[in-house]
Ligand binder design. Structure first.
Ligand SMILES: C[S@@+](CC[C@H](N)C(=O)[O-])C[C@H]1O[C@@H](n2cnc3c(N)ncnc32)[C@H](O)[C@@H]1O
Ligand code: SF4
Length: 397
């Protein structure tokens, strides 16, 4: 089987925040002292050069500046970063360039400077508009400030923007979750990420858990919010992601479709297909900003580069792919893992028996003699028991 190259994206991690939020397990670090802006951009560009030979001649279709809080960086710094990326990479014309921003870090003219630098999509971490909730969540901004930040994004001319909201917050009722949603929808975002608050290990919330809504309230909240989002004309295209028609995040879609991505910056993860080696390679950069900033001297940015063992490829593929609400052509599975769909026949059979999936009825496997012409359609049951469905593909190769 020949491995085919999927589309390529670039993720850039900017690891500092004003303060660490008690629920957050991202590789983010409270900024003590001055932001080493210029040194970090230098490090990122040197870091990119390490990976360039692995992606020679390929086009990059999207860039995502994530964090941490990228909006701590000035417009000038982001301009230098994007200019440096363009000089080294073949960036597709009209490529989606997203930047995450925290409403507590953006003076008003910053968004204009980001746009002039080439950013064409903003993802704003609102979380809630309720001041009491924002305080519990350890956020550095209030609801009013979040609204001013959204207006600034719109005022700067960003046609595409995402708002992050969290729900099932401590003590939250369905009415309160809906009120947050209503406020967000009033700004007509092209994309809304609606994350259920989870208690992640090694966070302050895990050590001292707040009282979260009970299971019945969570289900009620989820249903009511989904109904409201659908009524607003947004499509539910991934577990937590909602978008207007044609407004899905192209960058995140590429992750979930098992696309390739370069990952640069402290702690960034990457995934690259290497057809000559018949390998899918996973890379991870040094996590802590301090050693990462020292790396340009030694060009030693990488903490780990590991080919994914064949036996793990089906699980990795479907872990991503089944998050999306779209059929999965088995031909894609074969092309992007390099495995025959025969290797997952037992898992497919089990998933069919459990009614977690259906195979696209337009293609009859007996006629074609191969599953490669079929598409897997996740059933509603498959969506509800997603973890069970994904687990069927563990060690199936
Ligand atoms: C990197 S942050 C976004 C930008 C910026 N750092 C901020 O918080 O404003 C990514 C998003 O993940 C979500 N998130 C982080 N930790 C979470 C958790 N434990 N449960 C649910 N959502 C979480 C939040 O909505 C957050 O905005
Ligand atoms: S601002 Fe964002 S990245 Fe930073 S700690 Fe809070 S949620 Fe995490």
């Amino acid at each position: 089987m020949i491995l085919r190259l999927p589309p390529l994206s670039l993720y850039v991690h900017l690891p500092w925040c004003v303060a660490k939020c008690p629920y957050c397990d991202f590789n983010s670090h409270a900024l003590n002292g001055e932001l080493p802006e210029a040194r970090y951009i230098d490090a990122l560009l040197a870091d990119l050069e390490v990976d360039l030979p692995r992606v020679w001649g390929r086009t990059v279709h999207s860039v995502f500046l994530g964090g941490g809080t990228p909006s701590l960086f000035s417009g000038q710094a982001i301009d230098r970063l994007l200019t440096g990326l363009r000089a080294r990479l073949n960036l597709a014309p009209g490529a989606e360039i997203t930047m995450e921003a925290n409403p507590g870090t953006v003076e008003h003219d910053r968004f204009e400077a980001y746009r002039e630098a080439g950013v064409n999509r903003i993802s704003l971490g609102v979380q809630s508009f309720d001041d009491r909730q924002l305080k519990t969540l350890g956020r550095i901004h209030g609801g009013e400030e979040a609204m001013r930040a959204i207006e600034a994004v719109q005022g700067a001319g960003f046609e595409r923007f995402n708002l992050d909201l969290m729900w099932a917050l401590p003590g939250q009722t369905t009415e309160q979750a809906l009120a947050d949603l209503e406020q967000a929808l009033a700004f007509e975002p092209t994309h809304l990420s609606h994350y259920q608050l989870t208690l992640e290990p090694n966070t302050l919330f895990a050590a001292r858990p707040p009282a979260l809504p009970d299971e019945d309230t969570v289900i009620d909240m989820q249903d009511a919010c989904a109904e409201r989002l659908l009524a607003a004309g947004l499509e539910h295209y991934e577990i937590s992601a909602w978008a207007g028609p044609g407004q899905a995040s192209r960058h995140n879609l590429n992750y979930w479709r098992f696309g390739d991505y370069l990952g640069i910056g402290a702690g960034a993860h990457g995934k690259l297909t290497l057809p000559a080696e018949q390998q899918v390679l996973r890379t991870r950069r040094k996590s802590h900003p301090r050693p990462y900033l020292k790396a340009p001297e030694t060009r030693d940015f990488i903490a780990e580069a590991r080919p994914v063992p064949e036996a793990e490829l089906p699980f990795e593929y479907f872990l991503n792919r089944f998050r999306l609400d779209e059929p999965v052509p088995l031909a894609d599975f074969e092309a992007f893992t390099g495995l025959s769909s025969q290797t997952i026949e037992a898992a497919l059979q089990r998933a069919l028996e459990l009614e977690l999936i259906e195979l696209d009825p337009v293609c009859d496997p007996l006629e074609s003699g191969s599953r490669a012409h079929q598409r897997i359609v996740r059933t509603e049951r498959g969506q509800r028991f997603l973890n069970d469905l994904q687990a069927l593909f563990l060690d199936s190769a």
